[in-house]
Ligand binder design. Sequence first.
Ligand SMILES: [Zn+2]
Ligand SMILES: [Zn+2]
Length: 344
Amino acid sequence: MLTYTYYGKEDFRLADKSIPKLKSETDALVKVTLSSICTSDLHIKHGCVPRAVPGVTVGHEAVGEVVAVGKGVRKVQPGDRVSINVETFCGECWFCQRGYVNNCTSPSGGWALGCRIDGMQAEYVRVPFADTGLTVIPENVTDKQALLAGDILATGYWAAKISEIEKGDDVLIIGAGPTGICCMLCAFLKEPRRVYICDIDQSRLDFVAKHYPDAITLKPEEAAKIAYKECARKGFDRVIEAAGTEESFRLAWEAARPNAVVTVVAMYDSPQTLPLPDMYGKNLTFKTGGVDGCDASEILTLISEGKLDASDLITHTFELSDAPEAYELFASRRDGVMKVALEC
Ligand SMILES: [Zn+2]
Ligand SMILES: [Zn+2]
């Protein structure tokens, strides 16, 4: 079968591999119909993910059809159309029981697919812990609508949840890329007073204005000023930082009101500084880290009910055999590209 595989730094290639076999009773084999390219795939390509294993098939967000299941799988069966979760988790350990599935203590727990074990930019993928890793897609939800449920919509949903957004809040999202936009869409589900989104890239703000007119777009340099002028409490009640630069990190806590929650979902290339003397008395709560992707079923239900739809983010679709070209476009950010899907 055809796969897109990581061989080493700056070395991703199309490769022919055999169709995976089930290894455990809790595994499922899924025929991939649509997968996506994520910024994390570019991080692997640039050698920034040390735990990525050379020779691994990349890709950690996809939809497909179950073709085989192990004896211990209860929730899915062959023929089911499913969304595949970015994270592999046992569902039973101390962390999983509390919803912290990113920290699942199973040896294959956390972000394994497309990093430590063969992922989804392939015709078939073996999914460990299939009962927690796969979610059946409701009939009225298309593959394209369901594609982002396993990773970036999961991230947006989790970020909005842990940010404790309440009715009447003013929320700032920093970064209008695909992840920031998913955070924005999920923030709206909490019915805050206003959702603002900022980015240095005007074309990304234009994209938001065109597709999601309820959001207020602004440049980062305007955000702190607007926080003081327009927010009832002289700062944003909730800030979600999804941009990942030194400037965006600083803006996240500067634009927040006293006692705000600042949620950092961005990945940084370098350590960031918390200038605690400058923050003294602001009494902020910081929440950081990687998604606990255990809400796929809620996300797919919201899509099915017409309350959530991120499919406009998928601006380009390529055949899996054109993966090199698709990656080149995704990395270049030209032609208004947001998310790129790969079709099998
Ligand atoms: Zn990702
Ligand atoms: Zn676990």
